[in-house]
Write a protein that binds this ligand. Sequence first.
Ligand code: GLP
Length: 244
Amino acid sequence: EIFQNSTIASKIVAKEIALLIRSKQEKNKPCILGLATGSSPIKVYEELVRLHKEEGLSFANVITFNLDEYYPMRKENNLSYFYFMHQHLFNHIDIKPENINIPDGNIPFEDLNRYCVDYEKKIKNSGGLDFQLLGIGRTGHVGFNEPGSHVNSGTRIITLDHITRVDASSDFNSIGNVPKRAITMGVSTILKSKRIVLMAWGKNKADIVKTTIQGDISSEVPATFLQNHINTTFVLDQAAASEL
Ligand code: GLP
């Protein structure tokens, strides 16, 4: 779906999430959301906060699982995804703190494998993701599933691609400060979601959007695995769709 701009598109995505939350509330069920960071989802979070404040949308039945976190990374660091999510969404809504799940970038290295297996299990035991929000990196990563990620991959530690670290370097002041690794949900974790919406804005995403939608399915561009998911929508602005 191609929209005139990211503001209009983000409002539509937020509306879909709000409808899902409300329909689960009516059935007295939890709503399990997979959430993303980066600049792409910011306006969706802004709209969800507005819906909470102005239209009484409650997040009391919402359980969230974030896609990823840098490793190593302390929660208090203002570049952490933990910080990002609280700043843009969690601090402004009525979600229960115990329902927020974000990979912990401060787990000792020797405990990581077990931690990742537990994160995966926690998603499954919650009933599985009802909705997964995604952005896309220029490498074709979703979450931090960099080129080479297997379709069956689960939550794990991953080494970041050089291009990803270059793209993050402005946030961190220099590439040397960008963590070399991250914890990420796997491709299979994402594909198990009942509904997926991937958002991409701007000209610098046009090439990777084209490869993802029209290219061959390959672990070289992990986002291409979404082509086989039965309920995925790419939500684009005109610039991101310009190469299609
Ligand atoms: C990071 C995140 C991804 C995100 C990507 C794109 O690498 N781990 O989940 O999709 O950035 O970021 P942006 O939305 O800022 O373009």
